[in-house]
Design a binder for this molecule. Structure first.
Ligand code: 5GP
Length: 292
């Protein structure tokens, strides 16, 4: 056996960091394959420019496909006369072609998107986060129906569908809502069909709704991930609510009491995220949607 070269402390540290990073890349690639986000050909493509992926053993890659597992991965390699120790970078073009025939790019089409519900007390900044997410490719953001009047800068069909009371009643009667709730004297509901269509098409869906509605979603779609947006502090929430300006003292007191009640329900949620910076919350939600 050749004698390993002597490494300085700095060299050893850097080699260790490199191998940890490579392991993380391989683990996340396998997780994405398992989740149906990456096809075999997509992994081969990534391996061209990513050394960590190029060095992954083919058997590890195959067994991360949903429903394959170690036994079937080894049997497939044996049948195709590919060594069990082969790494992706060592595959010949004929071997790649045979593997692609075994694992056609069928995964992405059937994979459902993730349903993420963003909720939290009034004034915490949910709608700013939702607005940012609407501009990313990661989420389809649901448009709710409401009986409240449009604000001056709101557009029907973009910010909300503005319904009359009778229209809202009729939508409830026809079970058109995934959930609906009353908030501050108006009703709000999530139209069911667009959400179901988007999920079936593999899109990640974000609902930005108040807490009673979030609870209903969990009952009806237990796979939904419920995220509770927390203010950085109570004082911060109070100042944001008071900053809304035109409320009478009674209405302000009612808003604060409601916020206290809303904060008390945070433990029902799958995840609590503090809204220190909008960009961080956005990143966190994108991470939730794109990782296992
Ligand atoms: P605003 O009137 O300020 O736009 O919204 C008031 C509250 O209603 C916010 O907490 C918002 O998250 C919530 N909301 C908006 N759309 C829906 C919905 O479809 N369902 C439920 N349950 N709440 C919603």
């Amino acid at each position: 056996m050749p004698i390993p070269p002597k490494l300085t402390d700095a060299q050893r540290k850097s080699a260790l960091a490199k191998s940890t990073a490579a392991r993380q890349v391989r683990a996340s690639t396998k997780a994405r394959v398992k989740a149906g986000e990456l096809t075999l050909s997509a992994v081969f493509e990534l391996a061209q420019s990513d050394e960590a992926i190029a060095k992954m053993r083919v058997v590890e890659l195959l067994e991360s496909f949903s429903g394959v597992g170690k036994v079937r991965a080894i049997a497939t390699l044996d049948r195709l006369s590919i060594s069990q120790t082969r790494r992706i970078q060592g595959l010949g073009s004929a071997q790649r072609a045979k593997l692609l025939l075994e694992f056609p790019d069928r995964v992405a089409a059937t994979k459902r998107g993730k349903l993420i519900v963003l909720s939290g007390p009034g004034g915490v900044g949910k709608s700013t986060v939702a607005k940012s997410l609407r501009q990313t490719q990661t989420f389809w953001v649901s448009i709710s129906a409401t009986t409240r009047a449009a604000r001056h800068n709101e557009v029907d069909g973009v910010d909300y569908y503005f319904y009359s009371d009778a229209e809202f009643d009729s939508a409830i009667k026809s079970s058109l809502f995934l959930e609906w709730a009353e908030f501050a004297g108006s009703r709000y509901g999530t139209p069911r069909k667009p959400v179901e269509d988007a999920l079936r098409d593999g899109k990640n869906v974000l609902l930005e709704i108040e807490i009673a509605g979030a609870r209903q979603v969990k009952d009806r779609a237990p796979e939904a991930v419920l995220v509770f947006l927390q203010p950085p502090s109570w004082e911060e929430l109070v100042s944001r609510l008071e900053g809304r300006g035109t409320d009478s003292p009674e209405r302000r007191a009612a808003r604060l009491a409601l916020a206290q009640d809303e904060l008390a329900q945070s433990s029902f949620f799958d995840l609590n995220v503090v809204n220190e910076r909008v960009e961080e919350v956005v990143e966190r939600l994108i991470g939730l949607a794109t990782h296992q």
